[in-house]
Design a protein around this ligand. Structure first.
Ligand SMILES: [Zn+2]
Length: 427
């Protein structure tokens, strides 16, 4: 990993980006001060006179390169990054082969290695993956950490300090995730609730792995009741196997409505939904719309995936997620969301110009909406989380999935040309 210094962090006063191209093709200048966009447009001279006297202004010539909001990773198993070697290939084989018929076996196989999980060895790997996110322009992540009998609190204990260490640079929402079930794993409830008390942000769940529909319903009920009671969001891993009879995505939507969590929940994976009969799919889409349920899909980590085009056409928000980085379920990954979008382009058949723009939206604006992040646009007054790219066409962003020329987090330059600036990652 290269963390060579790449010039100073901007003084924190102001940035002036000249000649950047927005996704609509217009070429604009952008002024940033105090972590927010001060002005965006073709004539921003007046706005820049508002900069405080004596403020140091760092100028960046975008040279016609694209400007996008920073990237968002909707779903990542952050506690498990780079653990594939310890886990071995058996879980990976079980998860991906036979039409995902062995998905339950894969979770049991992956769980077996958790006895050897160590906080001190995991933390450098977690830090590595988060610094990779920054170098590739991803500044928001929804990170799942396992809380179960095998792992105890160790996944959370590994992730939380690294999240806090880098909190000035990127925003990591920690999801308290009962990976081995809640009814199946009697201790998971207490562990999740403890993690939430100690700083986890989002209530997680994985109801589809329970042994009965009644247990799955109790699992979803627990997650939504807890989220409603503690003012949190829910992020639930639903229907993640080659079994079209799974129905936990709909259970989640129903429970969100019942617990007044409309617009505050996310379903991740939901792969079985892709093989639902038409009328069943239509009912789910209607219910999800009513619940304000957002979706995260990661078609590169399993042979099945959410029916993305149908969901987007129905107006449902869908984000992309990296899902795994070299763990028991997937051998690759580097928190490069353009790479994830490039893979998704092939797997969900998004090749036209319009569909390429949809892919960018699924890692920027729509992804922020799915995670409830608010104003994630290049607009006066919004937080300045901005990427200056070296390419001027969307097709080249996706083709090369290069690191951005400049990554700006809350108005501060944090990476240039794939290298983290020294003040972010001191050596
Ligand atoms: Zn996942």
């Amino acid at each position: 990993m290269s963390e060579a210094p790449a010039g100073p962090v901007s003084g924190g006063d102001a940035l002036l980006i000249r000649g950047g191209r927005l996704l609509d093709g217009s070429v604009v200048d952008v002024a940033i001060a105090d972590g927010r966009y001060l002005a965006v447009g073709t004539d921003i001279a007046a706005a820049t006179t508002e900069l405080p006297d004596g403020a140091s202004v760092v100028e960046i010539d975008a040279a016609g390169g694209l400007l996008t909001p920073s990237f968002v990773n909707g779903h990542l198993h952050l506690d498990k990054v780079y653990t594939l070697q310890a886990a071995g290939d058996a879980a990976l084989q079980a998860y991906t082969s036979g039409g995902m018929g062995g998905a339950l076996d894969s979770i049991a196989l992956a769980s077996a290695v958790k006895a050897d999980y160590r906080v001190d060895t995991a933390q450098p790997l977690i830090r590595r993956s988060l610094l990779d996110a920054v170098r590739y322009g991803c500044l928001h992540l929804q990170a799942f950490v396992d809380l179960d009998a095998a792992a105890g609190m160790r996944g959370f204990q590994a992730v939380q300090p690294v999240r806090d260490e880098l909190a000035g640079v990127l925003n990591v929402q920690i999801v308290a995730f009962p990976q081995d079930g809640l009814v199946r794993d009697a201790g998971a409830r207490e562990l999740c609730e403890a993690a939430l008390e100690q700083g986890a942000d989002v209530v997680g769940g994985i109801p589809w792995i329970e042994y009965t529909d009644a247990d799955a319903r109790a699992h979803v009920e627990w997650a939504c009741e807890l989220a409603a009671r503690t003012g949190r969001r829910v992020a639930v891993l639903t229907d993640d196997a080659g079994d079209p009879s799974l129905r936990t995505t709909g259970m989640l939507a129903e429970a969100m409505i019942r617990h007044d969590l409309v617009g505050r929940g996310v379903a991740c994976h939901a792969r079985a939904v892709g093989s639902y009969p038409g009328p069943t799919l239509q009912r789910l889409i209607g219910l999800a719309r009513r619940a304000g349920l957002g979706f995260v899909t990661d078609p590169h980590t399993g042979p099945l995936h959410l029916p993305v085009r149908e969901f987007l056409d129905a107006g449902l928000p869908v984000a992309l997620g990296q899902d795994d980085i070299e763990d028991a379920y997937y051998p690759f990954g580097r928190n490069n969301m353009l790479e994830v979008a490039f893979l998704a382009a092939h797997l969900v058949g998004f090749l036209s110009d319009a569909d390429q723009l949809r892919l960018i939206d699924m890692i920027t604006g729509a992804a922020a909406q799915v995670l409830g992040l608010g104003d994630h646009v290049i607009r006066e007054g919004a937080p300045a989380n901005l990427l200056v790219h070296g390419h001027d066409r969307v097709v080249d962003l996706l083709r090369y999935h290069d690191a951005p020329r400049v990554v700006i987090s809350r108005g501060r330059i944090v990476a240039r040309d794939g290298a983290i600036v020294q003040a972010v990652a001191p050596r």
